[in-house]
Each structure stands twice: as structure tokens, then as C-alpha cells.
Design a protein around this ligand. Structure first.
Ligand SMILES: [Zn+2]
Length: 299
């Protein structure tokens, strides 16, 4: 089965913050299981008992509120000591006066609990996971670089833009960015569309996916923002939406041409899956705009 990237929830708002599932041949990773993660996954036909590892980028509620429920699923409510949790230290140990989100009971239900430190590398079945630096309110926030045999995906987690982040994203096939704010906004804790453009131009991935939208972003319409990011960078950019499924390997096989993207409408039977194909536009002025932006970045 080709790898699948499944978006369960794509906003900062809790009603749509259930995270992302990456399925490969041997593994199922649930990244940032926020509110409703288990319910949303089961609506999408994902068996959360089969999750190999949970990856939690930081201890904000939209990223980890269902972590204990997800552990309960993996471990059959603690009957089996099963499953792996890979996260920052805040989730497991707390920070300052914040107590840990992960309860002792659920911690003890897991087969392995791994706090990722800089320079760590973790192999889980057929994927390798490295932490990525992030600058956010949770001082231990991180992103993840996920390497499969077919593609490298860098997930930013929640972070503000900083030029010091660029080098760690290099050589990524897919940039998965939490872009909370639209063009014209500034943020001291999250990426804006403008920041995404700066990042993409310096990393030049094959594909960018933006997700984790704040209210202003939703008002601006993430699809329009993605279109503008793509126009300015020349890199195919998709705005994630709830229930979006992406098969990254189709992209690898046909670089720059085809990416199979399809959504599962709510509870629709499989034969009614709506399929759409996204082909990048190549506007003439891209080179010129890229030059201008590059100059801005270099300043
Ligand atoms: Zn956050």
C-alpha cells in the first residue's frame, strides 16, 4: 500500500484539531492528537488500536488533548503494555508550574516513552524520526523530520519564523507547515503565509502542505493563501482540509506533475470517493517575484 497522509483536523480551533495520521507499509503514526483525535480517526476508517507511535510536538491543547485517549486505544486501556510515544519533555514531565498532560497511568501503559532531544534519531519500523527545532510558547516545542524509504517529510510543528530554522528543513521532499496566520499578519509564535514563502524559497521542497489554521487564516481562506504561496514560490502548495488524504509516493514517482489528492466526504462509501488532481500553475512572473523575495530574505 502506498504511504498515506491523512488530515483529521486542520485548524487551531479545538473542534478541528485532531491531528495528522501517516501510514506507511509498516507503521501508523499519529501526529499531534488534539481534540477529537480518536473520534475523527474512526470516522475516517482508521484503526487507532493499530497506531505504532504517537508523535506530539508540544503540550498545547490543540496538539495533545487526546494523547491519553490515544494511548488507551493503543494499549487496549492499559491491558497490553503497547505503543510508542515520541514527544517533547513538556508533555511528559510538565514545565514550570504546568503539570504533564500524559497521566502516570497512561505513561505506564506504553511500551516506550521517548523524549526527543536535539540530535536524537529514532527508528520506528520503516521510518526514521528526527526532532526539528521550533520557537514557540512551549519552550520545548519541536517539529519532526520523518524519513521513509520513499520521501522525507518535515513537519514544522508550531513555530515562529527564524532564519536559524532553515538549514534543518533542507532536503525535504514535503514541507508540512503549521501556517496559522495569513499574508499581512505578524505573529511572534506561529508562521504566517509570508513566512511560509520565505521558508519554501530557501528549502525548495517538491511539495508544501499548509495546515493548522487560525481564525484570520480561515477568514482569508487557506486555499487562496496556498494559491498565492504557490504563485510566489513556484512550488506546489496545498491547503490541507479536514479528511484530506494525500499519497506522497505518487508525487515521488511523477515529480512536478502529479499528486493524487482526494478527500473522503463525510462517511461516504469508498466507491464514492471524490478524486481531484492538483497540477501546479506556472505563472510567468514567478522568477521575478522569487528574485524580489530572495532579496528581502537576504537583507
Ligand atoms: Zn502551540
Amino acid at each position: 500500500m502506498p504511504a498515506r497522509l491523512i488530515f483529521l483536523g486542520t485548524t487551531k480551533q479545538l473542534k478541528n484539531s485532531a491531528g495528522i495520521v501517516l501510514q506507511t507499509n509498516k507503521t501508523q503514526l499519529h501526529i499531534d492528537p488534539g481534540a477529537g483525535a480518536i473520534a475523527r480517526a474512526s470516522q475516517m476508517g482508521i484503526d487507532t488500536k493499530r497506531t505504532t507511535a504517537l508523535l506530539v510536538s508540544h503540550a498545547h491543547i490543540a496538539h495533545c488533548s487526546d494523547v491519553n485517549a490515544a494511548v488507551a486505544e493503543m494499549s487496549y486501556s492499559g491491558i497490553d503494555r503497547k505503543g510508542i510515544l515520541i514527544s517533547n519533555s513538556t508533555l511528559i514531565k510538565g514545565v514550570g508550574e504546568e503539570i504533564p498532560y500524559l497521566t502516570m497511568y497512561h505513561k505506564n501503559s506504553l511500551e516506550k516513552v521517548i523524549i526527543l532531544n536535539q540530535d536524537d534519531k529514532i527508528a520506528v519500523e520503516d521510518v526514521e524520526i528526527h526532532p526539528l527545532k521550533a520557537i514557540h510558547q512551549d519552550p520545548n516545542a519541536m517539529g519532526f523530520r520523518i524519513m521513509t524509504s520513499e520521501f522525507v517529510l518535515s513537519y514544522s510543528g508550531d513555530t515562529r519564523y527564524s532564519s536559524e530554522l532553515i538549514s534543518q528543513y533542507r532536503d525535504s521532499d514535503i514541507l508540512l507547515l503549521n501556517v496559522a496566520e495569513p499574508f499581512g499578519e505578524t505573529s511572534s509564535s506561529n508562521l504566517t503565509s509570508e513566512d511560509a514563502v520565505k521558508l519554501i524559497l530557501q528549502v525548495m521542497p517538491k511539495l508544501t502542505i499548509i495546515t493548522h489554521f487560525g481564525e484570520k487564516m480561515l477568514k482569508a481562506n487557506p486555499m487562496n493563501e496556498a494559491r498565492e504561496i504557490q504563485r510566489l514560490t513556484g512550488i506546489q502548495t496545498i491547503a490541507a482540509r479536514d479528511r484530506l488524504i494525500i499519497t506522497p509516493t505518487s508525487y515521488s514517482e511523477l515529480p512536478q506533475k502529479k499528486l493524487n489528492v482526494f478527500t473522503l466526504p463525510k462517511m461516504m462509501p469508498m466507491d464514492e470517493i471524490k478524486k481531484e488532481e492538483i497540477v501546479p500553475e506556472e505563472p510567468n512572473e514567478i522568477k521575478e517575484l522569487r528574485g524580489i523575495l530572495q532579496q528581502q530574505i537576504n537583507q
